[in-house]
Design a protein around this ligand. Structure first.
Ligand SMILES: [Fe+2]
Length: 243
């Protein structure tokens, strides 16, 4: 049986090795340490909501706890931008394997944890076993839910990149590589809505006003009204699906 307390102790100890007297680094380390704790809770809540057995609920919580383990290293490079540093999903897998923290788990749980951490920050997940898809979907939702809650609203003019507008009209998830302006980040966030896997997650984003906030921030022009209608229809359809 999993004793989650020990994993939490290990996690805090691991992160404490990255504490720094540089206030910028320290702030970044703490940001991700605290984010991880909240994502672990989100992942557990979501896993419970969809009715997983206790063992899988615990695995989901561990994935949340460990998914950003490599962010501690990025803090020391003063960037959370993977393309300017390293892929933090891949690096997380390396670190978890090196430390041996997962060694006492059964092989299936271990594989599920490593796979979903590797792919939690990728645009697409290669098709794999149902369990790996399940846990990857859970961590991506749990992660996005916390990110929506902590990111400040974007202050920017309406200088959007045309390619992102076109992709959004089709309800596509937007590639970070196409971000050219601050305003584009607003579109990226809207695109995340199409990448939410579970009704549970979407319901919270709607109820907490994040979806309306994003929609209201867009200009009142025919092409943006098309985007707004598309997202509203998408959400209405998702919310009326039976679970
Ligand atoms: Fe991450």
């Amino acid at each position: 049986m999993l004793n989650l307390t020990e994993y939490y102790q290990w996690f805090h100890h691991y992160y404490s090795n990255f504490y720094s007297s540089d206030p910028d680094i320290m702030r970044m380390v703490e940001l991700k340490e605290n984010h991880s704790i909240r994502v672990a809770k989100n992942a557990r809540d979501l896993a419970e909501h969809i009715g997983l057995p206790l063992k899988k609920i615990n695995v989901a919580e561990l994935i949340g706890l460990f998914h950003d383990i490599a962010r501690s290293e990025q803090a020391h490079l003063k960037t959370f931008n993977d393309s300017l540093s390293f892929d933090h999903g891949d690096r997380g897998v390396v670190r978890l394997e090196e430390t041996g923290i997962l060694d006492t788990l059964d092989i299936k749980s271990r594989e599920n944890i490593l796979f979903s951490i590797k792919y939690h920050n990728k645009m697409t997940t290669p098709s794999t076993s149902p369990d790996k898809m399940l846990f990857t979907g859970i961590i991506k939702d749990a992660d996005k839910l916390d990110i929506f809650r902590i990111l400040p609203p974007i202050v920017a003019e309406h200088d959007y990149s045309p390619i992102l507008i076109e992709l959004l009209k089709e309800g596509r998830v937007l590639p970070y590589s196409e971000i050219k302006t601050m305003a584009d980040k607003r579109l990226i966030r809207l695109g995340w809505i199409y990448d939410i896997n579970y009704q549970w997650t979407l319901a919270q984003l709607v109820n907490e006003g994040y979806v309306d906030g994003l929609i209201k921030a867009l200009p009142d022009t025919p092409q943006f009204n098309e985007i707004k209608d598309h997202i509203k229809d998408y959400i209405a359809a998702k919310m009326s699906e039976s679970m």
